[in-house]
Design a protein around this ligand. Structure first.
Ligand SMILES: Cc1ncc(COP(=O)(O)O)c(C=O)c1O
Length: 370
């Protein structure tokens, strides 16, 4: 069973009828209920109505889609972007266009489910390497293969908050003649100057073949996208099955909201800075208390307790104290690494963060975890 929300997303939400501090959403910049995004969405409804009613390749390509793609391409520093109705659709759509039968994909074992599905749909051979194990990855890349090669990874891993070593991976891709795809769903709006993403953070723009992203997280709307060269995006448009077969392209109001988000952060890094200040405060509180936060370096902060029951108990007791953070357990994470996943937002006040940190420390002490 899942819980029900009776309010917009925010630092405080009404969950199942009670007001609670929300530390479980991907609302990194607090934009999901931002007045500028809400106004842009309302304006788009007045202008374009609600339903797209056709695939973009037929008559469902609204002017606002073109505007968003242009703005996103500029923001990401790429030639072109294609917007999908979700990040899942972007990943499942793009991978089968990059590779097919007889080709080989090299994929981190903790890659997002939609990357895994995209790999399966492509019918390429998939070689899965242990999480961030570059020695093993190189061993695999050395093995002789026919056809094209594709190295694919999340930039920020959503259950651990750790960062893929993209510079080393790009060097390996180059050395062994592989294309390099990065999914930056949790890095866009978070990493790099002005939240331009993890590729920008590492200065790797010309080393990455394609990038995928989501508009449902820091950008506060919904939808996904693929960023790359003009030539590749032109190739993708008539080929990506999750793009061509849907008469549910990203709704104009959500497209407008995502565009408003880009416009809001493109030359004002106030929210990105606040997010990182909040992240540093909270991570420090957890670490000083002796809690295990794994290898996080981002606003995804796992509090690893090991046992699935312990993680559930911690989440439930926290809920009683007015703080919501989700317990994550096997099969989402490996057995023995169950955790509370705390998601930091720029919308959290210092008071919210203090209250949540105090409660986690108090409960974990009572449970004998620290
Ligand atoms: C790494 C990663 N890629 C892709 C997605 C899918 O994005 P969306 O929520 O836009 O479908 C997610 C989100 O849940 C994710 O964490």
């Amino acid at each position: 069973m899942y819980r029900t929300l009776y309010s917009p997303q925010g630092a405080h939400i009404n969950l199942d009828g009670r007001d609670i501090i929300n530390m479980a959403s991907n609302n990194y910049l607090g934009l999901a209920n931002d007045p500028d995004l809400v106004a842009a969405a309302k304006e788009a409804i007045d202008k374009y109505g609600v339903g797209p009613s056709a695939s973009r390749n037929i008559v469902g390509n609204f002017a606002i889609h073109d505007e968003l793609e242009e703005a996103l391409a500029k923001f990401k520093g790429v030639e072109a972007v294609l917007v999908f109705n979700s990040g899942v659709a972007a990943n499942t759509g793009v991978i089968p266009v990059l590779v097919g039968k007889g080709d080989t994909i090299y994929s981190d074992e903790l890659n997002h489910g939609s990357i895994i599905d995209g790999c399966r749909l492509s019918r390429a051979n998939v070689k899965v390497y242990p999480h961030m194990d570059l020695a093993k990855l190189e061993e695999m890349l050395k093995e002789p293969t026919e056809g094209k090669k594709l190295l694919v990874a999340d930039a920020v891993f959503s259950m651990d908050g750790d960062l893929a070593p993209l510079p080393e991976m790009a060097a390996l891709a180059e050395k062994y003649g592989a294309m390099f795809m990065v999914d930056d769903a949790h890095g866009d709006g978070v990493m790099g100057p002005y939240g331009k993403g993890t590729v920008e953070h590492f200065g790797l723009r010309d080393k990455v073949t394609v990038e995928t992203g989501s508009l449902s997280k820091a950008f506060g709307a919904a939808g996904g996208f693929v960023a790359g060269t003009k030539e590749f995006i032109e190739e993708l448009r008539p080929k990506a099955r999750s793009f061509i077969f849907t008469a549910s392209p990203l709704a104009p109001c959500l497209t407008a909201a995502a565009l408003a988000a880009i416009n809001k952060i493109a030359d004002d890094d106030t929210l990105v800075k606040r997010l990182w200040e909040n992240r540093e405060y909270f991570a420090k509180r957890m670490e000083e208390a002796g809690l295990n936060t794994g290898s996080t370096v981002t606003p995804v902060i796992p509090v690893i307790v090991g046992d699935a029951e312990k993680a559930e108990e911690l989440s439930a007791r926290l809920y009683e104290k007015g703080v919501y953070a989700q317990a994550i357990k096997f099969p989402v994470v490996p057995r023995g690494t169950a955790r509370l996943r705390v998601m930091i937002s720029a919308a959290h006040t210092r008071e919210d963060l203090e209250k949540a940190a105090d409660a986690i420390i108090e409960i974990t002490k009572e449970m004998g975890i620290i």
